[in-house]
Design a protein around this ligand. Structure first.
Ligand code: ATP
Ligand code: MG
Length: 439
């Protein structure tokens, strides 16, 4: 992508109304534009990051055996009357009437809708286990939308729903999601800590929140340092195997949010293992049994011929919140430092002297070779000052920067900078092109 043809409305000043660094940086780099309280337009740079996160989540859901579909944002109130949640949900639910005066709502979550899909098509235990998910916009009329996309009113969520014949089956489904979540967050470059959580309006008796530690997090969290040091289950995990030990390996350590915190248990930990921090909730999983299937009559026939309500769980990831959470975890004084897996572009190519024949030709050749090798390149072909170009590249935080200038070119070299370490190296163009061809 040529920067001169891209849409990157970067601004120099830090916006005065943004309280936390991720919100400031998202506005400064032109990733989002706020259209109303908690409602955002995803501008091209931000949209690229959102799509990459969405894709990692998709791949890890699929690997764990979940199946993707897409439910609508607008739902009929009738389904929510069946579950009893239409009146319970309160003011966070945006209620709408259509032209026929029918009660509708913009979905804050989808348990009712997916249960309706399930009961329409699935009648026998032979079709189980089943896990269906989608990534769709939600609306919650939050009292205090704040911190940019971290607490929006309209936000993108991945929500998965598992269906099993037995409680044991449902608990196994829960463990799959537990492991898949750790892998997904790890691929994004994040350490997410699973913590026992309250079940809230979703209901149920087993629940974990996945928390990223960050100073600006909304909740106080407490955990054992040993848990932070554990590697994720890994992408070669066999999801058909019994994952009890994978989960217990982690749940044996103390980890709790404020609501679930037990001072006495935490105090008993050795001092060098006590982590008391703030955290951002990026995922939340629930096992709630027959809370929806019973009132909505989602029943399946078991092997003995009896009809029983299906056992369910639901599993959310805050896809749009993750964009902010990632920046909270990955930035420095010059701007964002994207982990490679979620960066909007892999490489920033800077032409120091646009219009100079040799510089233009070298950039063109490198751009073509990197693109052919599958790298996404943002090519700064503008005639801005060198200093402004460097500052902008640092601000938007692409993992690698390649600078092409007349001085280096005289020796057939370009400068390659690692955004994270700041490490700079002179690299021969011929060598780079040969490597790209081989890759
Ligand atoms: P919170 O406690 O932060 O209000 P929640 O517990 O109400 O979140 P869930 O119903 O568990 O949220 O939703 C699943 C995930 O969706 C959350 O873990 C979070 O990452 C994300 N999420 C929830 N509310 C918002 C919001 N207002 N803006 C952005 N993301 C959100
Ligand atoms: Mg939650």
């Amino acid at each position: 992508m040529r920067l001169s043809k891209f849409f990157l409305p970067v601004s120099k000043e830090a916006p005065s109304d943004a309280a936390i660094v991720s919100h400031q940086l998202m506005l400064r780099t032109g990733m989002v534009r706020q259209n109303g309280a908690g409602i955002y337009t995803w501008l091209p740079l931000g949209y690229r990051v959102l799509k990459r996160i969405e894709q990692i989540v998709r791949e890890e859901m699929n690997r764990a055996g979940a199946v993707e579909l897409l439910m609508p944002t607008l739902q009929q109130a009738d389904l929510w009357r069946e579950s009893g949640r239409y009146d319970d949900y309160g003011k966070e639910m945006l209620r709408i009437k259509d032209r026929h005066d029918r009660d509708m709502l913009y979905g804050p979550t989808n348990e009712e809708l997916i249960t309706d899909v399930f009961r329409t098509y699935v009648k026998s235990y032979k079709q189980l286990p089943l896990n269906l998910y989608h990534q769709q916009w939600k609306f919650r009329d939050e009292v205090r939308p704040r911190f940019g996309v971290m607490r929006g009113r309209e936000f993108l969520m991945k929500d998965a729903y598992s269906f099993d014949l037995t409680e044991d089956g449902a608990r196994a489904a829960y463990r799959k999601m537990f492991c898949a979540y750790l892998n997904a967050f790890n691929r994004m470059g994040l350490t997410a800590v699973p913590m026992r959580a309250d079940t809230g309006p979703i209901g149920g008796d087993l629940s974990h929140e996945f928390i990223i530690l960050a100073e600006t997090g909304e909740s106080a969290v407490f955990c054992d340092k040993a848990l932070l040091d554990l590697p994720p289950p890994g992408l070669d995990l066999d999801f058909d195997a019994d994952l009890t030990s994978e989960v217990e390996k982690r749940t044996q350590f103390y980890a709790a949010t404020e609501e679930m915190h037990d001072e006495a248990v935490f105090d008993a930990l050795p001092d060098d293992r006590k982590v008391s921090a703030r955290g951002i909730e990026v995922g939340h999983i629930f096992y709630f049994g027959t809370k929806y299937s019973k009132p909505m009559n989602a029943v399946v026939q078991g092997p003995d011929g009896q009809m029983v309500p299906v056992q369910m769980g639901s599993y959310g990831i805050g896809v749009s919140r993750l964009v902010g959470a990632l920046i909270e975890a990955c930035h420095d004084e010059s701007g964002i430092v994207w982990p490679e897996a979620v960066a909007p572009f892999d490489v920033g190519l800077i032409n120091m002297r646009v219009g100079d024949e040799a510089c233009d030709a070298a950039c063109k050749e490198l751009y073509a070779a990197m693109s052919a090798a599958g790298q996404e390149v943002l090519y700064d072909d503008t005639d801005d000052r060198a200093g402004a170009k460097f500052a902008r590249m640092d601000l938007i935080g692409l993992p690698r920067q390649i600078t092409v200038g007349p001085r280096g070119l005289a020796d057939g070299k370009v400068e390659v900078k690692d955004r994270k370490t700041g490490d700079k190296q002179e690299v021969s163009i011929a060598h780079m092109l040969a490597q790209l061809k081989a890759s």
